[in-house]
Design a protein around this ligand. Structure first.
Ligand code: URA
Length: 251
């Protein structure tokens, strides 16, 4: 019994805190294999499957004409294995006509339970940050790079980000925000298509280029979860919030 406890604790410490079932799951649906003819032969099977899932995601989400269409597509998409360990698909929340779109990394445990982005400790801090510059959560549109929680809140892999990115890009096209506020390195790297650290990316407006050629000013800043762990960085986050407020006043 003690051995069993130790083994379970070992898994929990390693970030494995969800049990999907006894049997291994195939995460690729038959529909996704149709794109495999376009793949390079040197890629591994896993890379091919993830490549096929990306192509599939890009194709299907272009058909979404409304946020409701897109939500339904994300909910039925099976090309990302995270959906099988998550309890909820956490789609965007807020005002679909918002001027500000806020993008985080991925749902945590509270978001996965409730099905809404930024409702846990990070979300409470985000609400206070927004209030400090006169914004309410409901004035904005809030979403994440990934709609599913990575087990144990681990950092998403590049493959998971690549598969889910088309859904986020389509959300941006449908919302048409005037400003994008990126919280943390994962969101900044995914949307600005680079690998710079958040310390270098934050603090100034950069261009987000949407698939339809539109340029939207994007400001990156520290993730609220990081600010909870590193409160000394709040001064820099406050400076970023003031930049966001000034930009909004200029609109
Ligand atoms: N962290 C995120 O990046 N997103 C959430 O929704 C919650 C925590």
């Amino acid at each position: 019994m003690e051995d069993l406890k130790e083994i379970i604790q070992w898994y929990v410490d390693a970030g494995v805190d969800e049990i999907c079932g006894e049997d291994p799951l195939s995460v690729i649906s038959p529909a996704q294999s149709v794109a495999s003819a376009n793949l390079r032969p040197a890629t591994t099977l896993l890379a091919q499957e993830s490549n096929a899932a990306c192509i599939n995601a890009r194709e299907i989400c272009q058909k979404a004409q409304t946020l409701d269409d897109l939500r339904a597509m994300v909910e039925s998409f099976e090309g990302c294995s995270l959906r099988f360990s998550a309890n909820s698909t956490v789609f965007g929340y807020g005002n679909p006509q918002a001027e500000v779109m806020i993008i985080g990394e991925a749902p945590g445990a509270d978001e996965d339970r409730i099905g809404e982005p930024f409702v846990g400790r990070s979300g409470h801090l985000l609400d206070k940050m927004l209030q400090a510059i006169g914004l309410r959560r409901d004035d904005c549109y809030i979403t994440n790079v990934l709609p599913w929680r990575p087990p144990g809140n681990r950092t998403p892999t590049d493959g998971e980000v690549a598969v889910c990115l088309p859904f986020l890009q389509r959300q941006i096209e449908l919302i048409k925000p005037k400003i994008i506020f990126l919280l943390g390195g994962s969101a900044a790297n995914a949307l600005l298509n680079n690998a710079e650290s958040i310390s270098r990316l934050r603090g100034h407006f950069l261009d987000y280029a949407s698939a339809n050629g539109e340029i939207i000013p994007a400001l990156a800043s520290f993730h609220p979860a990081y600010l909870l762990r590193s409160p000394l960085q709040k001064a820099k986050a406050w400076a970023d919030l003031l930049r966001l407020q000034r930009k909004l006043e200029e609109l």
